[in-house]
Design a protein around this ligand. Structure first.
Ligand code: PNW
Length: 470
């Protein structure tokens, strides 16, 4: 390379491992629509979104991206943007309209057709079994406060694995335990520059701390029961793991003491979810802090919760905290976000690319994970289609490049990250924010259902083709 060469760092230095999956992700309620078609039962999200005032603009997922009818076009789009994997979710009430009982063949058939379409496009399917659509009938019986829900989820997971594991090799049990449990059952405080904000989602409960901790316990128990059921009913070789939004603490200064402090902070921050799934016990600090509000559990339940996994899936958007080592217990201290710390379009989306280095790094160092998937990463923007018919999302391109550089750094260190899923394939129903938060690589006009790949889709195609940060 000559001194005047302006082609940037050599690509080889920014290369991902061979056979790395370049995927995009979605979830059923956020894109499918067809909320009451072909025998589907109502979910808590149908109920929640149909209640005026819960969702921005009173948007609902009744039609959303109409993906239920347009899945062929959407698979073609994914192929066009160079995706080699697709993470989608299966709607529990499409398969079991009331959570348990007789399965609905038409619901299963939709996913079967989608999987065939993906196969024809050479896109590897990754299926999530719970992306927050609890059948309303189960909610009416106490929802996640009722231990029976965990058992019902395990049975549903086993049934789906039995039917689809001939073509689906990877199953994620539950998406973002932390989000649906804490935001759905009590409301969760999120740190933002200059303070905190509280977010609530379906079913919109305000439980006591003790009740919340019991719901958390039932959620990880459901995961463990699903792992066991998938092993029992799935084809030999079927792989299974969670897709949790890891709370990752990032060391502000990369020295051994600060890195160790961040690692300890990360383990404690995930105590009710990833840590108990991977260690088979609740941490002492978690139980002591909770005191009388600690969950009630048995040793047998802990064994189920820690059923051996094939991989760990983590959603990574932002650091939960920036930390430094501290001489006083617990050994670290959190440094508040500076008022002007940059964020993306969403107030909660603190810009912190290093999170995508430290999250998989700590999953390996704390728990010895053999395979790791980044099951979500991405950002929203207020993208617009310009006069020339294009969407110039420079912010998302900046976001992707800076985060993926950090992921590449992790793989270069030998962290076994096997794939990356961009959230999201296309703009969709962003929960409480409705259609106003656009997370897609592909723009969607929700009046006409027209899909327009953004500049970031071009970036993604190039990165996937070269298997490198571009
Ligand atoms: C995820 N946070 O939710 C969900 O899995 C997706 O369904 C959702 O559309 C996507 O991220 C974008 O929001 C999150 O506060 C909710 O860090 C909250 C956070 C992260 C992800």
């Amino acid at each position: 390379m000559s001194a005047t060469d302006s082609s940037g760092p050599p690509l080889a230095a920014r290369q991902f491992p061979n056979r790395f999956y370049w995927g995009t992700a979605t979830s059923s309620y956020q894109i499918e629509g067809a909320w009451n078609e072909d025998g589907k039962g109502p979910s808590i999200w149908d109920t929640y979104a149909h209640t005026l005032g819960n969702i921005e603009n009173n948007d609902t997922g009744d039609v959303a991206n109409d993906h239920y009818h347009r899945y062929r076009e959407d698979v073609a789009l994914m192929k066009d943007i160079g995706a080699t994997a697709y993470r989608f979710s299966i709607s529990w009430p499409r398969i079991f309209p009331h959570g348990t009982g007789t399965p609905n063949a038409k619901g299963l058939d939709f996913y079967s057709r989608l999987i065939d379409e993906l196969g024809a496009a050479n896109i590897e399917p990754f299926a999530t079994l719970y992306h927050w659509e609890l059948p309303q009938t189960m909610q009416d019986k106490g929802g996640w406060q009722n231990r029976d829900t965990a058992k019902a989820f395990g049975d549903y997971a086993g049934y789906v694995a039995e039917k689809l594991s001939d073509r689906v090799r990877h199953f994620f049990t539950i998406n973002e335990f932390r989000t649906f449990v804490d935001m759905g059952h009590r409301g969760k405080d999120i740190p933002v520059a200059g303070g905190t904000m509280t977010i609530s989602i379906a079913p919109g409960l305000k439980l006591s701390l003790g009740q919340l901790n019991q719901v958390r316990h039932h959620a990880v128990l459901a995961h463990g029961m699903a792992v066991q059921a998938i092993r029992a009913k799935g084809k030999v070789g079927t792989k299974v793991g969670p897709a949790e939004v890891i709370e990752v603490a990032v060391p502000l200064i990369e020295t051994p003491e600060h890195i160790q402090a961040a690692e300890m902070a990360t383990r404690e921050a995930n105590a009710p979810f990833l840590t108990v799934m991977l260690e088979g016990k609740y941490t002492d600090a978690y139980l002591n802090d909770a005191g009388a509000d600690a969950p009630k559990f048995t040793d047998d339940e802990l064994k189920i919760i820690a059923a051996p996994l094939d991989f760990v899936g983590i959603n990574v958007y932002r650091p939960i905290a920036y930390v430094l080592a501290d001489e006083r217990p617990p050994g670290w201290r959190e440094v508040p976000l500076a008022k002007a710390h940059p964020k993306m379009f969403n107030a909660w989306l603190t810009l912190g690319p290093e999170a995508l280095y430290w999250a998989p790094k700590f999953v390996q160092s704390l728990w010895g994970a053999k395979e790791i998937f980044i099951t979500e990463n991405g950002c929203a923007s207020d993208d617009v289609v310009t006069g020339d018919g294009k969407v110039y999302d420079t912010d998302r391109v900046m976001f992707l490049r800076s985060y993926l550089e950090q992921l590449q750094r992790a793989t270069a260190d030998g962290v076994p990250v096997k794939g990356y899923f961009q959230w999201s394939t296309m703009d969709n129903f962003e929960w409480n924010a409705g259609f106003g938060n656009r997370f897609g690589l592909v723009h969607v006009d929700f009046k006409t259902q027209k899909r327009t790949p953004k500049l970031s889709a071009e970036w993604f195609r190039e990165a996937a083709a070269r298997n490198a940060v571009v």
